[in-house]
Design a protein around this ligand. Structure first.
Ligand code: ZN
Ligand code: ZN
Length: 215
């Protein structure tokens, strides 16, 4: 027995277990939204320019927070999603739409739906300098020809002064290849728009006179 009258020693029923408070090590990551640690299937990432303990956030916690910023308009042909205020509320850094995990895997932070009947679909993004992002998911299985422009008749509406009312048309076309198989191609046709429809070419493509060029 000790001075306070508590039994100590070898008595297995009366051993006193002092409650230890485990100090948090410097590398222990805690999510700044839910204040809990990393868990299986829900890694902790640092998606902005914040430093110190506030830089850590669960992948699912930031996805949920970004969901609250999302506005959507869904039709059988096109699902349009816009996220406004896509920036860290503390450091004001714009959030990227993807994050790289510690194992090198790249995951998307933004959630959008692809039509269930879509065998052929396309995801396009409006590139802006502000902290908002617009994504259009085009369902070519429901409609093979999609109009893009500022006007209300367009399935993909881009409300920007640089975009004409009917700017361009995207269409899935079937063309026979060299061995006679039908292959699907995406045709992008400019509709006499004011500023033109440009395609970004990532690598040099040889152009021959009188020959069609496929990108
Ligand atoms: Zn969390
Ligand atoms: Zn931040």
């Amino acid at each position: 027995m000790d001075q306070k009258g508590n039994l100590i020693g070898n008595n297995p029923f009366m051993t006193i277990q002092p409650k230890t408070i485990r100090p948090k090590s410097a590398d222990e990551k805690c999510c700044r939204i839910c204040l809990s640690e990393e868990e299986p299937g829900n890694p902790i990432i640092s998606p902005c320019d914040c430093t110190g303990s506030v830089k850590f956030i669960h992948l699912e916690c930031i996805r949920e927070w970004l969901e609250s910023k999302k506005h959507k308009k869904e039709t059988p042909f096109v699902n349009s999603y816009i996220w406004r205020g896509l920036e860290c509320e503390i450091c004001k850094a714009a959030y990227n739409d993807q994050a790289t995990l510690s194992n090198g895997k790249v995951v998307s932070l933004l959630k959008y739906d692809i039509h269930q009947d879509a065998e052929k679909y396309m995801v396009i993004e409006s590139v802006t300098n502000s902290s908002s992002k617009t994504v259009h998911v085009v369902n070519f299985s429901a409609k093979s020809e999609i109009k893009v422009g500022r006007g209300s008749q367009c399935e993909v509406r881009i409300t920007d002064v640089s975009v004409s009312r009917h700017h361009s048309t995207f269409e899935v076309i079937q063309i026979k290849n060299k061995i006679g198989e039908m292959k699907s191609y995406l045709s992008v046709c400019d509709e006499m728009s004011k500023f033109g429809t440009l395609l970004f070419v990532r690598k040099p493509i040889p152009v021959k006179k009188g020959k069609k060029v496929f990108l």
